[in-house]
Design a protein around this ligand. Structure first.
Ligand code: G16
Ligand code: MG
Length: 610
């Protein structure tokens, strides 16, 4: 039943008063008048009646894009720019249609679906299964929560055309998402992501057919995921072991997510017998109730607070945590020789540098390091990876945009046989070719092996890290995140990107900016504007990297592709080849980072004020 004219008039009125944008009003009009949206109309009418214009504007002003990690955002029952039954069904149907277009209507086609412990994840996963079954797919569905890397493994293991992971990773409880995997087990990349979004747009005008779940199970078009996938995955993870050392007591937290099925299972299978799973964060729960701030993101040090307290109380030697879909890990270690028994968390770059160094050293010690071996990182990951690899004579691929999907792509381009280790600063790591995405299980296994190995040598992790600094220089990094939500926030993020692109500061905290590499306009420009721009080759993305007069000191700026944030990545390095004590050298690096950091905060304030 079409809505009464007065509702459409109220909408037009709100638009003319500037309460709602033209794009949102147009999408709302479609939902009010077209048959596929009939089911959602009562709720939409209720929101209009209540005058929830800001909420409606944010929910309808755009169509949710494929970001760094799939389609991800807030859940809201109605809207084109949020996750709800309709946008989920459209995502699944878009994916189905894209594969049908590519393979032909008569082809056999299959997809595997998993989901995390978030609110609505089970419902969304089942909805995707019903939609894909109706589109002629054989669907493998995991009824219980599973990790993102398990899903990536399952795509390859079951030889599927595609995979879907329902998760918003580490985002807040309000969010959910649709991570979409290609047949190689990697998250979709161009041109597939654009092709799928085109099909999603086409699907958004139509009724989306579904096979009733029970019928799908009965006729075999929907098959519930089996134990053989779990066993194969855990065996593959354990197969990436690089050390036999096992004497270590660990506190592990799944942060209310799926990690017990992958991280804890892999540690146990590998022979780590002293793993204490933190009781207060063990229960799967989409509210992440016992995590400070209710955001299970291992990038945030306080997510490991309770685990550190447990480790102190029980005499454990390592803390590990994984995010809700168990692809990222967090690590905390005791501070060497601290009389008060203090612990510290490690940032994503430090964890990555430690793991990269350890994997290279162990592989070499086993006589297995080959000339075709290579590491992969991204342009916003620590340059320490390059320095460490050069010392071992290992090739590094580090000209990649942000997103593990690019690391997955590079592995296939370079040849999986030579892939040694890959990582990114946002706590994502991979060794092995069993998946094409970051994997907290393999990362946790390797970190536990590193900790047990250095313990056998009577060394601590932080001492091992200091040795690496002495070898290649002291590298330190800082990440500044500015959260700016909704349509207004998106505009502010654009304003900041434009300011940094067109009118950048000449210096930050006393460090002069020399050149900016602009991956959107494909130019290298001098910040002073005195020299002619030089061309910058691919890749293409909204990323600026400022190089400074000081070697190793740089700043990268980009909008996040998974959260409403603009991110500033600060990098600094101080040489350690002289006689100066390491502690003094570290202070220098930190001071430089601190100065740059304060200057960026000030610049942001100034830009947003005007
Ligand atoms: O959130 P996850 O764990 O799915 O991770 C996703 O997002 C991260 C942050 O991306 P952005 O800076 O664009 O927000 C990326 O580094 C990662 O490769 C991607 O898979
Ligand atoms: Mg994640």
């Amino acid at each position: 039943m079409p809505p009464a004219n007065d509702v459409l008039e109220r909408l037009a009125q709100a638009e003319s008063e500037g309460l709602i944008s033209a794009s949102a009003a147009a999408n709302i009009r479609r939902w009010l008048t077209e048959p596929p949206f009939e089911k959602y109309r009562p709720r939409l009418l209720e929101d209009i009646e209540a005058g929830r214009w800001k909420t409606l504007d944010d929910a309808f002003y755009a169509v949710l894009e494929f970001g760094t990690g799939g389609r991800r955002g807030k859940m809201y029952p109605v809207g084109t720019n949020v996750l709800n039954e309709r946008t989920m069904a459209e995502s699944a149907r878009g994916l189905a249609d894209y594969i049908i277009k590519r393979k032909g209507i008569d082809s056999s086609r299959s997809c595997v679906i998993a989901r995390d412990t978030r609110h609505n994840s089970p419902e969304f996963a089942q909805l995707c299964a019903r939609v894909l079954a109706a589109a002629g797919f054989k669907v493998y569905l995991f009824a219980e929560p599973r990790s993102t890397p398990l899903l990536s493994f399952a795509v390859r293991h079951l030889k599927c055309d595609a995979g879907i992971m329902i998760t918003a990773s580490h985002n807040a409880p309000s969010d959910n998402g649709f991570k979409c995997y290609a047949a190689n087990g990697g998250q979709v990349i161009p041109p597939d992501d654009e092709g799928i979004i085109d099909c999603v747009r086409e699907a958004s005008d139509r009724e989306i057919p579904e096979t009733p779940f029970e019928k799908g199970i009965a006729d075999g078009s929907i098959v519930l995921g089996g134990a053989d996938v779990d066993d194969g995955y855990i065996a593959a993870v354990v197969g990436e072991s690089v050390s036999p050392a096992r004497d270590l007591s660990i506190v592990y937290t799944p942060m209310h997510g799926v990690g017990e099925t992958s991280v804890a299972a892999a540690l146990s299978k590998a022979g780590f017998t002293q793993v204490n799973i933190l009781a207060s964060q063990r229960t799967p729960d989409g509210d992440f109730p016992n995590i400070p701030g209710h955001v299970s993101n291992p990038e945030i040090p306080k997510t490991l607070e309770a685990s550190i307290a447990e480790a102190k109380a029980t005499g454990a030697e390592l803390v590990l945590g994984s995010d809700p879909d168990a692809d990222r890990i967090g690590v905390a270690v005791p501070v060497s020789g601290d009389p008060k028994g203090a612990w510290t968390t490690l940032d994503g770059n430090k964890i990555g540098a430690l793991l990269a160094a350890f994997v290279m050293k162990q592989t070499k010690a086993m006589g297995r390091l080959r000339s075709d071996h290579y590491l992969v990182t991204t342009m916003v990951t620590t340059q320490m990876a390059r320095a460490l690899a050069q010392r071992e004579g290992v090739r590094v691929e580090d000209d990649l945009l942000v997103g593990f999907k690019w690391i997955g792509q590079r592995i296939d381009e370079m040849g999986p046989a030579g892939f040694l280790f890959g990582f990114e600063e946002s706590h994502g790591y991979l060794k092995g070719t069993h998946v094409r995405d970051k994997d907290a299980a393999v990362a946790a296994l390797l970190f536990a092996e590193l900790a047990a190995t250095v313990k056998d040598r009577k060394q601590t992790i932080l001492e091992y890290l200091d040795d690496l600094y002495r070898d290649v220089g002291h590298f330190a990094e800082t990440l500044i995140n500015k959260t700016l939500e909704g349509r207004e926030g998106a505009t502010q993020i654009k304003t900041l990107m434009t300011a940094f692109r067109e009118n950048p500061p000449r210096q930050l905290g006393g460090v002069e900016l020399a050149e900016v590499y602009d991956y959107k306009t494909h130019e290298i420009r001098s910040v002073s504007g005195t020299e002619k721009p030089r061309p910058l080759p691919q890749p293409s993305g909204d990323l600026l990297i400022f190089h400074t007069q000081e070697p190793g000191t740089r700043v990268a700026v980009r909008p996040s592709g998974t959260e409403p944030k603009i991110k500033f990545y600060l990098f600094a390095r101080t040489d350690t080849s002289g006689t100066e004590p390491l502690e003094r050298i570290k202070e220098k690096t930190f001071q430089r980072l601190d100065g740059i950091s304060k200057a960026i905060e000030q610049y942001i304030q100034d830009v947003l004020k005007t």
